[in-house]
Design a protein around this ligand. Structure first.
Ligand code: GRF
Length: 225
């Protein structure tokens, strides 16, 4: 049975598109897309797929609490069992997050718990890390916090700039989010207090081809026997 999902967006919606593209035969069905910004590309993607859309502009509300209340009501009305934040650029208050505890996912463009917050690719380059990636996690009240469902890893390559690295991370994002949502919706991923327990033989990991092909060659040394 496919479990109803509502997706929250604020922008172009390439992750939403990935969720739409992988919906057939999965354990989830996107029943509504809600944006806090009107006219964004993600709304057109949803409409093209025949998914009902709704715009709830945060600017129209006098306080964060009032916006959260309206959003909470819309989520309840949508009939969703699960909520996915996909490039949704508003911080939700603890009350709304608690109401969806264990049933709300987010995708963050870094390997959490590293690089929470904004400008993750710039900061990864500045830190000189060799691997970077994305994390689909269960939403908790603290920003970019919560149990990891799936991570996607990419290499950081010589000569990378933030845009090049972002594009490579986005490739694994588009694999990781549908995988994570399907794992949670199907019950093959069980959300615990601190971690998500995966069913046996579910790796919960997406590896970019540029990293998968490199193996030991990058270090230049054979494995220790
Ligand atoms: C993605 O990088 C996502 O990880 C971050 O915002 C971006 C949204 O991209 N939270 P899109 O709207 O899904 O194309």
């Amino acid at each position: 049975m496919a479990h109803p999902v509502t997706v929250l967006i604020s922008g172009g919606g390439s992750n939403l598109q990935a969720l739409i593209d992988r919906q057939a035969g999965s354990s989830y069905e996107i029943v509504q897309v809600i944006s806090n910004v009107s006219g964004v590309g993600g709304l057109a993607r949803a409409a093209a797929a025949g998914i009902p859309t709704r715009v709830i502009e945060h600017r129209a509300f006098a306080s964060r609490a009032l916006f959260d209340a309206a959003l909470g009501q819309a989520l309840a009305e949508s009939g969703a069992e699960l909520v996915c934040l996909a490039g949704f650029m508003r911080i939700l208050g603890p009350e709304l997050v608690q109401a969806w505890s264990g049933r709300m996912l987010n995708i963050h463009p870094a390997l959490l718990p590293s690089f929470k917050g904004l400008h993750t690719h710039e900061r990864a380059l500045a830190a000189g890390v060799r691997v970077h990636g994305c994390t689909v996690h269960v939403v908790r009240p603290a920003l970019d916090d919560g149990p990891v469902v799936v991570q996607g890893v990419v290499p950081v390559l010589p000569g990378d700039d933030p845009a090049m690295l972002a594009a490579r991370v986005l490739e694994v994002e588009h694999q990781a989010y549908p995988l994570a949502l399907d794992l949670v919706a199907s019950g093959r991923a069980r959300v615990g207090d601190a971690t998500v327990e995966l069913a046996p033989d579910q790796p919960g990991l997406v590896v970019h081809p540029a990293l998968a092909g490199a193996r030991w060659a990058i270090a230049g040394a054979p494995p220790v026997s």
